[in-house]
Each structure stands twice: as C-alpha cells, then as structure tokens.
Design a binder for this molecule. Sequence first.
Ligand code: SF4
Length: 204
Amino acid sequence: MFNTIVYSLKQNLYINLTNRCTARCVFCPRVSRPVIKEYNLRLSYEPSVEDVIGAVRNSAVYKEIVFCGFGEPTLRLYDLLEIADWLKSQGAKVRLNTNGHGNLIYRRSIVPDLIGRIDAVSVSLNAPDAATYYRIVRPDFGPQTYHAVKEFIKECRQMLPEVGVTTVGLPSLDVLQCERVAEELRTPFKVHDLWKQTESATAA
Ligand code: SF4
C-alpha cells in the first residue's frame, strides 16, 4: 500500500512528508523501493498539515515524533513547522531527521525557525570530506554542500537542545574519519548499518 503518512517503529512515530529530496544518495532506495519494514513510503501525493495531524492522532503514546521519510522533510518547511507547533502543544518530543540542506534550499538559516518546535535534529553527513560527500550523496547544490551541512550542524548545536550526526556504514566509507568530523563538530555520532537501513527508520 502506498501513501503511508505516518508509521510507527519501536516507541516512535515517523512522519512521511515528502518523497522529494535535494540529494540522490548512492545507497538510497527512495526512488526504486522506498520501503521500511511493512511500510511502503511511496507517496502519490504529499499529505496536507490536516492529513498529518489526523494520522498522528494521539502523540502522547510515543517517545518521539520524528519527521523522517524517504525524502527531505525541510522541503516542506512551513508545513513541518505548523505540524511541529501542534505536536509541541500536545507535549510531544519532536525530532527532525534531515540531510542538512535546509539553509541552502531557503538561502537563509532555517535553524531559528526550529527553536521551540524541534527538540532534536539528526543530520546525515555520510562522508568525512567534501569530495566523498559529493560522490556519495550527489547533492543538488554542488561540491560546496558538505561545508554548508557542517555549518547547519554548528548552528543547530548552538540553538537547539539536541543535535546528532549520522553516517551510513558503507564498506567504502571511512567511518572513523566520519566520527572524527562529528567530534570536531562536538556532536554525538551514530552509524546506520546499510543492510539494515530499510529495516529501521534511517532515511534522512
Ligand atoms: S538517503 Fe535521505 S538524503 Fe539521501 S537521497 Fe535518500 S532521502 Fe535523500
């Protein structure tokens, strides 16, 4: 079944806002087979704010509500903020899983918009340097994107309660070097197992 608006895994509820993305990561099944466990995240339309709120229903039963689909949630920033406002009014803890391109998409810092709405941000970095990033993530914004993502992470660290960096455990990737970058950025670091990626919600 297509058009999964929300899906639950473990104690969290995930919101699938869009299939659009500003990257084409070499490992991502967003176009070919956007499936996580029993959930098919392919969208034939993007759900409205009302659709999402109606699908979440009772946020109190979840540990976290996470914006995370196969697609980049900040492409729908203003809808995301509206939904986050509602979630916060319900007392939910709200997380954003993102590729960190938000500032490039809107040509300004979007991090102040997230204050009071997003409790935790998880940014997928997936590379220890700009050239590797460009090769693996294939971002729309060109070779400088890596530096912009690092700046985004720094801003999040300054303005938001919780920020983490993730990397997919590709065999060709120097995960230790990625961890060093996360240390330099003074953020917690997590590796997602590539082969388990479609078993757990890791799409950014
Ligand atoms: S892994 Fe995330 S950032 Fe990369 S193409 Fe897929 S949805 Fe976009």
